[in-house]
Design a protein around this ligand. Structure first.
Ligand SMILES: Cc1cc2nc3c(=O)[nH]c(=O)nc-3n(C[C@H](O)[C@H](O)[C@H](O)COP(=O)(O)OP(=O)(O)OC[C@H]3O[C@@H](n4cnc5c(N)ncnc54)[C@H](O)[C@@H]3O)c2cc1C
Length: 476
């Protein structure tokens, strides 16, 4: 067997981008291995030449992680086999290139469900593990990290790590991977939804360092995940409100009111403009709270009560399959339409991925709203996973001057979030475009500690250059 290699730039072009619209992608060679053996031969060729390697999954990332600046790309697209599904044990073993949508379809006949998938279902399971992805069901069921039981990872040294959860953990500040040991960094990952840099907690499981490592420690080839029983019938309700300042209160009441609450999302009036052409029934000037609950009379009645109490302007309800699917589409289209818009106008959007602890959320929300009021000259929107105190604040700078100002606004939001115990990256990772914020979060010392960890896994320092921290840190 020989690995598929493409050197023709035209054939490589589509691998030089992801959903971030990050510019400056370049590579001289693309490897598409079909087996671990082929993957290892590609890795050893690159290591021998000292060629940088960027790992490519489904390409849906939003931080430029799979976009190479130079060197080679290794795509996992042919690692697309579901190796095992065990109904009784509620687990599955997947190759890293399995597309999430295909996996969800494959487990459905078994009456099983995999909850932490991201909104974009063309992502690969390997990409999800590499970014610790979350999605609309993470509010109730948690992020990818919670479901990963085992990871198989090829290192640039040609060695393979196959780590099961529970098999090795931090002791006395050291995690011993057998092949090498690493020191627990001095920073701690906050106990909220977080995908900012390498995970670090006292007593942490060694597998948790690999999850969210954004293609910098090794190449994930196989992932074993735990599954849950298929969810009971659910309904989606989108309640429209005219008074955005009441939203944190509405969300707090909803969290208390529903026995079976699966998903809780928010779209401000500005973000709903991106959905107007697909959903003309959206009331003008309103924001929306998107709720997925059990589809029974008790939940529907409570929703009606909340709608009345907070003077809802209108509602869309998806109880039957057709309308349910329509409202799933409502949720999915928003980031898609935003990304398509930015791609069309050729701008890298200034998009935040900040989360804060639950009790601090109303303060963070007010901070966003005050900022938006003050910055009327720039188009801004706010939407996302409000149930997890995690909103995406997006800024639309119209020119270079506004772009500079947008970054200043970003910095003030980061400062506010960190002062509240939050994170600069809740689900998308750091990639190549958020180094600055990670440095503010963990300091130069934290970044250097991450670089030291990387060196233990990847002594040639060729893997995922510029992901998480600048590659220059590797030479220090
Ligand atoms: C419309 C839209 C909606 C989105 N919604 C969400 C959301 O709700 N929640 C969320 O978390 N994310 C969301 N995302 C972001 C994205 O879907 C996730 O980050 C996803 O996990 C990326 O997976 P991928 O396979 O596309 O990875 P890629 O984009 O190909 O790569 C992402 C990173 O992982 C690394 N990587 C990929 N595969 C491997 C591997 N096998 N081994 C080692 N490293 C690897 C890459 O080098 C890169 O650094 C959304 C994106 C879009 C476009």
């Amino acid at each position: 067997m020989t690995v598929t290699i493409k050197d023709d730039r035209q054939e490589i072009l589509s691998y030089l981008e992801d959903a971030s619209n990050f510019k400056g992608g370049d590579a001289e060679r693309l490897y598409i291995p079909d087996s671990e053996e082929e993957l290892m031969s590609a890795v050893s060729e690159c290591a021998g030449r000292g060629t940088f390697v960027t790992v490519s999954g489904g390409g849906t990332g939003t931080v430029g992680g799979r976009v190479p600046r130079e060197g080679a790309i290794i795509s996992l697209e042919k690692f697309n086999r579901i190796l095992d599904i065990e109904k009784e044990k509620k687990k599955a073993v997947l190759q890293a290139g399995v597309v999430i949508k295909d996996f969800l379809n494959a487990i459905e006949p078994y009456g099983l469900f995999y909850p932490p998938f991201p909104t974009e279902r063309t992502a690969f399971i390997g990409g999800n593990a590499a970014t610790n992805a979350s999605g609309e069901y993470s509010f109730r069921f948690g992020p990818t990290r919670r479901y990963v039981k085992r990871i198989r990872m090829v290192l640039t040294t040609g060695k393979v790590l196959d780590i099961s959860r529970g098999s090795l953990s931090e002791k006395n500040g050291i995690i011993d991977y057998g092949l090498f040991q690493i020191d627990l960094p001095s920073y701690r990952t906050p106990c909220i939804k977080c995908s900012a840099g390498y995970f670090a907690q006292e007593g942490m499981d060694g597998i948790d360092l690999l999850i969210g490592s954004e293609g910098t420690l090794g190449i994930i080839t196989e992932v074993e995940v735990s599954l849950i029983d298929a969810l009971p019938p659910r309904a989606i309700t989108i309640l429209f409100f005219r008074e955005e300042e009441k939203v944190p209160d509405i969300v707090r009441v909803m969290k208390k009111s529903f026995r079976e609450l699966y998903s809780l999302e928010f779209f401000d009036a500005g973000s709903l403009q991106f959905l107007k052409k697909d959903f003309p029934e959206i009331p003008e000037g309103a924001c929306a709270v998107y709720v997925e609950t059990a589809a029974d009379a008790e939940h529907m009645e409570k929703l009606a009560e909340i709608a009345e109490r907070y003077d809802s302007a209108d509602a869309l309800v998806g109880e039957d399959k057709k309308n349910y699917e329509k409202l799933i589409d409502f949720r999915h289209r928003l980031p898609e339409n935003i990304n398509a818009y930015f791609k069309k106008i050729g701008l890298v959007k200034v998009a935040m991925d900040i989360a804060v602890p639950e009790d601090k959320f109303p303060e963070m929300y007010r901070f966003y709203k005050d900022t938006m009021k003050r910055e009327k000259g720039m188009h801004t929107i706010l939407f996302g996973h409000i149930g997890e105190n995690h909103l995406h604040f997006n800024l639309f700078p119209a020119d270079e001057k506004q772009k500079v100002h947008a970054v200043e606004i970003y910095e003030t939001c980061v400062g506010k979030a960190l002062s509240l115990g939050g994170t600069v990256a809740a689900e998308h990772g750091i990639g190549k475009i958020k180094h600055k914020w990670l440095k503010i979060m963990y300091g130069e010392k934290g970044l250097k500690e991450m670089a030291r960890i990387k060196k233990a896994f990847d002594p040639y320092c060729i893997l995922g250059p510029d992901n998480i921290f600048p590659k220059e840190l590797m030479s220090m």
